[in-house]
Design a protein around this ligand. Structure first.
Ligand code: NDP
Length: 325
């Protein structure tokens, strides 16, 4: 079968399309034909070496597709079932091994591309708005990169919970998408320097700080994010799109209003099978009843994985990127 293989860390060109041996599912595993694989920022961090990976490896963990074979002891799945996961072992491939206890069934009415597009960013938007800082009606969230994969989903889920969204983004076309997803205010953060961004956020929120900041941009927005919060507000730093955030002294949280700071990651919010099923089930249900829409911004053939990474890093993309093997 064909798969992307990374033999050395580096720029997107290290994502090489290669012929590799077919795999067989071991005990408790599924072999899945990948219908669509999600492209996520984490794979750029792994490729560049910011997050450690053993070499060589096939990138990607998010996928949806059909079960081809089941390993010994697997209960509840059989060949032909449509499944999705965020824990595939190398989803940039025609086939991938998936631990059965990390797979969820894709319900009728949800196509494979939507399922693949929903799993990682969708469950992240779910835990951020339902568990990390459960948004209450009338509260305001600042959502950075609001036209991105995470941003469009977060915006919709904050609105569905009755909250107000102030979104940020870097172009008029992206601002329009954020507004269409429900953002009440959209700030062009590329037009503000330093804490001027926070001044603008407060102005757009009636002079008040926001209750929560969902910040996946990282280094370039962190300071303005803290300054945008009301006393006892929650800073949720969940990503590094512009680079990792440098160390922060706890005293600064006190000086800026007894703030809360967390740096969450999806794995800790779906570790229990029950939580995985709850989050995935809610998301599929919201797709089916129209509460949530997933924007698939671009699809790429498997061999163009490098271009997908280039586009993502160059801020050229909106919504979700998929590889279609
Ligand atoms: P996006 O589609 O949001 O793409 C990233 C966006 O960030 C860009 O489109 C751009 O939007 C903005 N951005 C700002 N500065 C930069 C920069 N210097 N370089 C690149 N982009 C920049 O990506 P995802 O939705 O896949 O991921 C968003 C963030 O969420 C990432 O940091 C990712 O790691 C994180 N994440 C974290 C998870 C967790 O559990 N902690 C799980 C899933 C994702 P604009 O042009 O509008 O500025």
């Amino acid at each position: 079968m064909r798969a992307i293989v990374v033999n050395e860390l580096g720029d997107p060109d290290v994502l090489q399309l290669s012929d590799v041996d077919d795999q067989q599912p071991g005990p408790g595993e599924l072999l899945v034909e990948v219908g669509a694989a999600g492209v996520n920022f984490i794979e750029t961090y792994q490729r560049s070496g910011l997050y450690k990976m053993p070499l060589p490896y096939t990138p990607g963990a998010e996928l949806a597709g059909h079960v081809l074979a089941v390993g010994e002891g697997v209960v509840g799945f059989e060949p032909g079932d449509r499944v999705a996961t965020v824990d595939g072992r190398g989803s940039y491939a025609e086939q991938a091994i998936v631990p059965a206890d990390r797979a969820v069934r894709v319900p009728e009415g949800v196509d494979v591309e939507t399922a693949a597009a929903l799993m990682l960013q969708g469950m992240t938007a779910h835990y951020l708005t339902q568990s990390t800082y459960p948004i209450k009606p009338g509260e305001t969230a600042l959502v950075h990169a609001a036209a991105g994969g995470m941003g469009l989903l977060l915006t919709q889920l904050v609105k569905a919970a009755g909250g107000k969204v102030i979104g940020t983004t870097s172009s008029e076309a992206k601002a329009k998408l954020a507004a269409e997803a429900g953002a009440d205010e959209v700030v062009r953060y590329d037009q503000f320097e330093g804490d001027d961004l926070a001044v603008e956020v407060l102005r757009r929120n009636g002079g008040q700080g926001v209750h929560v900041v969902y910040d996946g941009v990282g280094a370039s927005t962190f300071d303005a994010s803290l300054s945008s919060l009301r006393p006892r507000g929650m800073m949720v730093s969940f990503g590094n799109a512009s680079g990792p955030v440098p160390p922060v002294a706890p005293l600064r949280l006190s000086q800026q209003g007894s703030l809360f700071l967390t740096r969450p990651t999806l794995a800790n919010y779906i570790a229990a099978r029950q939580e995985l099923e709850w989050r995935a089930g809610d998301l599929f249900g919201w797709i089916q009843d129209g509460t949530l829409t997933v924007r698939i911004g671009a699809t790429y053939p498997l061999g163009e994985a490098a271009q997908a990474h280039r586009d993502l890093a160059a801020r050229k993309t909106t919504g979700k990127l998929l590889l279609i093997p």
